[in-house]
Structure formats: structure tokens, C-alpha cells
Design a binder for this molecule. Structure first.
Ligand SMILES: *Cc1c(COP(=O)(O)O)cnc(C)c1O
Length: 401
């Protein structure tokens, strides 16, 4: 039966539950598994450690190789992303790292093209040289010029962190030619955007954000074809960046409400963004729902809606940003995003702190993640915080700098 996306979010990855005689997702915490014998046990090890699936009569062997609770979440996410398979990791950054290691190793190529802006951690991983890869950073229209014979991967994010710039995924895929493209789909989620349908080879999530949605789980996941998934599982088995089954359980449980949460948070964000436009304290509002923030007209085509993230530039610069983040009462001043509760943070001081100065966001920029609260309450909080005189900006500035 072909299901619509909302039904899929509720039912995907649960096909074996009835045969197990259970209705809720089973949580299997086994670190090791009984072996059927030396021969079949050894064969199971061989198959799983090289990225394959379990076989009838075999064993899951060891939790670093396979876990059924994690595998059910992966199956569900793959279906939502229109992918053959998905592979889950201990965090979004573990997923990014595994993609870099697997694709450069498989292709024996050492060069990455990275479209800025990117999440600060991804930018930092590539710029740091930790993985001994070479990276060329470029703008979305600079991909073709940045490609080399030894380019293994093109990386992009849309909407991009923290200014919510939208990158034309199909255009980058066309420019990349035969080189696989990785799209960080964390901000859009499969509710709004399907990178694989646009030609991307891999769609990645920090599952910590919207997929989890409740601020209580850290994880990462990559959706792709079966061949790339095998390479990623092989990398995961070797490096050990596995997702804990409890994280997979919480994420899978959360997927059921993902479409409803995403739509409601997006509606709230639209109301808050409209109000922010009217404020003299706010010099600029970045929100993909506004045509100024979407010059290519990608909302409605590439992604079905603007999402629930807003970035604002304060007329009063850094001091005003420090005062705002110190004065909110309903918003929590904290990094991360995508939770049912609203968060506010200063990217230049926090998530984008390790980014090179030429690519660092403005000191006047503050990022808002809109949750499920009544937008009227969020607006009331922002109204009092934007006009508060109690932020003690000098002290806050000294602490951050
Ligand atoms: C948070 C984030 C990451 C990193 O994920 P972690 O789960 O924190 O490791 C990667 N990309 C984007 C867009 C993010 O927001």
C-alpha cells in the first residue's frame, strides 16, 4: 500500500512489530548477541562488518555491527527521505565525518568542495584538516570551478546555517556532474524537502534537531542508496560512531509527530517573522518565507514551505544581540534547534565560533528556532526583550569575547 507522507511518518519501520506480538517499538539494549555456531557466527560477523544486512539463521553478533531498534529507525527515515536505505550515527557530526571518510576512501580521492555557508561544526571539520582531506570552500555558483579530478564529494546545506540562505540543489547537482552531492537536510527535514529526488546522492540530518524534536536526544542519520549505505555501515563498524538504541527509540517515536510539529512550528514562525518586520530594533529579518530571503523562488518548488527558523540582524549590533538573548524569558538562550520549545542563540559567538573570519556571520545576527508555543506568547516575550534595559550588554559582551 502506498502511503501519504503523514501516514508513512506514523507507520514506517514498524513492519515486523505485529509478528513480534508487540504494538510499541521494542527497545533492544543487547551489547552482544548469542551466536548460532562458529561457522554461522563468523559468517554473520563477516557480512555485518563489511556493511551487509543480517541473514536468516545468522546473528546480530555485536551492537557495533547491528541493532534492530536502530535498524527500524533507519528504515523509517529512509522511507521518509525517498531513499533505499539510511545509516544512523551517534551525532550529526559523526554522520558528517563518516560520509567524508567513506566517500574519500571508496573513491581514493582526497578533495572536497564545500558550499558556504555551512553549519559551524561542518565548516570547522573541513577547515581544520583533521581528516587530512583538502577542501575548497565556495559560493553555490562556484562549484563547477572548484571541482578537480580528485574531488570525492560536494557538500551543501539548504536552508543554510545560520542565515537561512537557500541553495538550488538541482543546480549544484548539475554543476557537480559525476561527483556525489551531500545535502545537509537538517533545517528542512523530509517533511519539506527531498534532496535525493533532486539528484543528491546523500541527505544528512543532525537528528538532534527536528527529527528528535524534544531536545532530549543526540544523533545523526544519512539517507542514500544501498551501495553508499553499505560503505557507511562499514565505516561505522570500524570507527564505532554508532547510535545508541535508546536514541533510535526516541527518534523513531518522534518521527510520528514530525509532519505535524513541522507544520505547526512553521506557521508560528511565519507569524513571528511578520511581527519582527515591523520592529525598529530589527534591521533585517532572514526568513525563507519572505521573497527577499528567497531570490531564486525555491520555497514552493524545492522545499514546500519556509521552515521554522528565523535569523534577525539587530539595529543595535552586538550589544543589542547580547541584551536580547539575556532578556528573553519564554525563549531559552541555548544552541541547537528544532525542539518543541523555542530557542535563541548568537551564531558568531557560539555555533559559528570556529568558522574563519571571512565566513563568520555578522555580530548583529541572532538565530531563533520557533517551537510549538502560541506565537502571541513568543511575540510578547520578544517585545519585552527587545526593549529591555536589563541585559547588561557590556558584561555579556566581555564574557562572550
Ligand atoms: C547541529 C547540526 C549539525 C551537527 O549535528 P550534531 O548532532 O550536533 O553533531 C550538523 N548540521 C546542522 C545543519 C546542524 O544544525
Amino acid at each position: 500500500m502506498t502511503l501519504h507522507p503523514d501516514s508513512l511518518a506514523v507507520h514506517a519501520g514498524r513492519d515486523d512489530l505485529a509478528s513480534l506480538g508487540v504494538h510499541a517499538l521494542p527497545l533492544d539494549l543487547s551489547s552482544t548477541n548469542p551466536l548460532p555456531g562458529i561457522e554461522l557466527g563468523g559468517l554473520s560477523y563477516e557480512v555485518l562488518a563489511t556493511g551487509g544486512h543480517p541473514f536468516e539463521g545468522g546473528s546480530h553478533v555485536y551492537a557495533r555491527l547491528w541493532n534492530p531498534t536502530v535498524a527500524r529507525f533507519e528504515e523509517a527515515l529512509a522511507r521518509l527521505e525517498h531513499a533505499e536505505e539510511a545509516v544512523a550515527f551517534s551525532s550529526g557530526m559523526a554522520a558528517v565525518t563518516a560520509v567524508m571518510l567513506a566517500l574519500t576512501h571508496e573513491s581514493a580521492k582526497r578533495h572536497i568542495v564545500a558550499v558556504r555557508p555551512l553549519y559551524g561544526g561542518t565548516d570547522h571539520l573541513l577547515a581544520s584538516g583533521l581528516l587530512a582531506l583538502e577542501t575548497t570552500f565556495c559560493a553555490p555558483d562556484g562549484v563547477a570551478a572548484a571541482l578537480r579530478d580528485d574531488t570525492a564529494l560536494v557538500v551543501l546545506e539548504s536552508p543554510a546555517n545560520p542565515t537561512l540562505e537557500l541553495v538550488d540543489i538541482a543546480a549544484v547537482v548539475a554543476a557537480a556532474g559525476d561527483v556525489p552531492v551531500l545535502v545537509d537536510n537538517t533545517f528542512a527535514t523530509p517533511v519539506l524537502q527531498h534532496p535525493l529526488d533532486l539528484g543528491a546522492a546523500l541527505s544528512l540530518h543532525s537528528a538532534t534537531k527536528y527529527l528528535g524534536g524534544h531536545g532530549d536526544v543526540v544523533g545523526g542519520v544519512v539517507a542514500c542508496d544501498a551501495q553508499l549505505a553499505a560503505a557507511l555501515r562499514r565505516t561505522r563498524a570500524i570507527t564505532g560512531a554508532i547510535m545508541h538504541p535508546l536514541a533510535a527509540y526516541l527518534l523513531h517515536r518522534g518521527l510520528a509527530t514530525l509532519p505535524v510539529r513541522m507544520r505547526a512550528q512553521q506557521e508560528g514562525a511565519r507569524v513571528v517573522a511578520d511581527w519582527l518586520l515591523t520592529r525598529p530594533e530589527v534591521a533585517r529579518v532572514h526568513f525563507p518565507g519572505f521573497s527577499e530571503s528567497d531570490p531564486l523562488g525555491l520555497v514552493g518548488t524545492q522545499q514546500t514551505g519556509p521552515g521554522a527558523m528565523i535569523a534577525i540582524e539587530l539595529a543595535g549590533g552586538f550589544d543589542a544581540a547580547a541584551a536580547l538573548t539575556a532578556s528573553v524569558q519564554l525563549f531559552t538562550h541555548a544552541v541547537s534547534l528544532g525542539s518543541v520549545d523555542s530557542l535563541i542563540q548568537h551564531p558568531a559567538a557560539l555555533t559559528h565560533r570556529p568558522v574563519a573570519s571571512e565566513a563568520k556571520p555578522s555580530e548583529a545576527l541572532v538565530r531563533l528556532s520557533i517551537g510549538l508555543e502560541d506565537p502571541a506568547d513568543l511575540i510578547a516575550d520578544l517585545r519585552q526583550a527587545l526593549t529591555a534595559k536589563t541585559g547588561r550588554p557590556e558584561e555579556a559582551a566581555a564574557a562572550v569575547r
